[in-house]
Design a protein around this ligand. Structure first.
Ligand code: TRP
Length: 361
């Protein structure tokens, strides 16, 4: 059987570099690799509403932002199906059946849900929809028979839970669903790109993001004010690279050829790090190097976005067609699920015959 990708993002804001190294970059590579029969990229608006029920306008406004970011990064609608979660009603029905296969205590143990509940101060007032979103996410994945979910480390517990649901479903109702696998970023810096302030994660509320759509000047400002090593005061001082955001970003973005192009004094990141640790290398120089690398990456993304921004109706058309195509696939899986669960009454000739016999005696 062929390999299928499904992944997605909540439309709560524009996408940033954390999204890019965590999953977006990989998706584009996989899309172009020819190794996958199908690629589905989902704008998870229904999931975003699970903790934004009182702010639907935020979600509504960000659908197009996320779609533009996808297209700008090179997600190609000719190769990938981009769709909006809420437009595929079949996903809700699948989730409703999967809910019977998961216990409350299992959901409570999901580490991502746990952290998110704390982050949102939900402890005493968790919306049920939010609490159960891992089940809905299992529907997203299985509806498309996805084998592969390229995502960040924070999604690992979600995939694990989806796999459990698949195994339980198949165990009870017979082999129907496909067990997915997560595809994590291949380097530690990409796995968890910190915010520009050195804090754990890029987040809009912390104001520590570099967005894919930021202007060159905004990127420059963010890089120049990045958190480094607080004890690296004078240029001569030895510096630490561990926990130094500028170096973490270099780990995520720097390739050997960048040295020849932007900083021929060094030939590798290890060499640069060694000099920094020895002392005698100022932060500003390293930041300028990082800025050059980020600009090389972001300039074409920015330009492609500008092009798509000129034709917003075309972007909505892509989403509409994608959603229709996605719906057809999900409906196919739902039909299999209903058959397996034996709730396909009107298509089940055997049921009618059997009930007739029962009542004719
Ligand atoms: N939970 C993901 C996020 O927060 C979004 C998402 C929803 C998703 N459904 C998915 C990701 C299915 C991968 C697969 O970004």
């Amino acid at each position: 059987m062929g390999k299928i990708i499904l992944t997605g993002d909540r439309p709560t804001g524009r996408l940033h570099l954390g999204h890019f190294v965590g999953s977006l970059r990989r998706r584009v590579e996989l899309q172009n690799s020819g190794l996958f029969d199908k690629v589905f990229i989902m704008i998870a608006d229904a999931q975003a509403l699970t903790d934004n029920a009182d702010n639907p306008e935020k979600i509504r406004q960000n659908i197009i932002e996320v779609a533009l970011d996808y297209l700008a990064c090179g997600i190609d609608p000719a190769k990938s199906t981009i769709f909006i979660q809420s437009q595929v009603a079949e996903l809700c029905e699948l989730a409703f059946y999967y809910m019977n296969l998961v216990t409350v205590s299992r959901l409570q143990r999901n580490p991502t849900v746990k952290t998110e509940i704390q982050m949102r101060n939900f402890e005493t007032s968790i919306p049920v929809g939010f609490f159960t979103y891992p089940i809905s996410q299992a529907s997203d994945i299985t509806a498309f028979r996805a084998t592969t979910v390229p995502a960040g480390e924070d999604q690992q517990p979600m995939i694990e839970q989806a796999r459990e649901i698949v195994r339980r479903f198949n165990g009870i109702y017979g082999d129907t669903l496909v067990e997915p696998e997560i595809l994590l970023p291949d380097n530690a810096a990409c796995m968890r790109l910190p915010g520009t302030d050195g804090k754990a994660k890029m987040s809009k509320s912390l104001g520590n993001c570099i967005y894919l759509s930021d202007s060159s000047e905004e990127v420059r400002k963010r890089v120049m004010s990045m958190y480094t090593d607080p004890d690296h005061i004078r240029v001569e001082d030895p510096g630490k690279v561990e926990g130094n955001t500028v170096f973490t970003y270099l780990d995520a973005f720097c390739r050997p050829e960048h040295f020849a192009q932007y900083w021929p004094d060094y030939s590798s990141l290890d060499e640069l790090k060694a000099h920094y640790m020895r002392g005698g290398l100022g932060d500003v120089k390293v930041k300028k190097f990082l800025y050059a690398i980020l600009e090389e990456l972001l300039t074409p993304i920015r330009e492609r976005r500008k092009e798509w921004e000129k034709d917003i109706p075309a972007v909505f058309d892509i989403l509409k067609r994608g959603s229709e195509a996605a719906r057809e696939v999900a409906a196919g899986t739902l039909a299999d699920v209903r058959r397996a669960m034996r709730i396909d009454y009107f298509d089940d000739a055997e049921l009618i015959a059997e009930q007739s016999r029962k009542f004719s005696v």
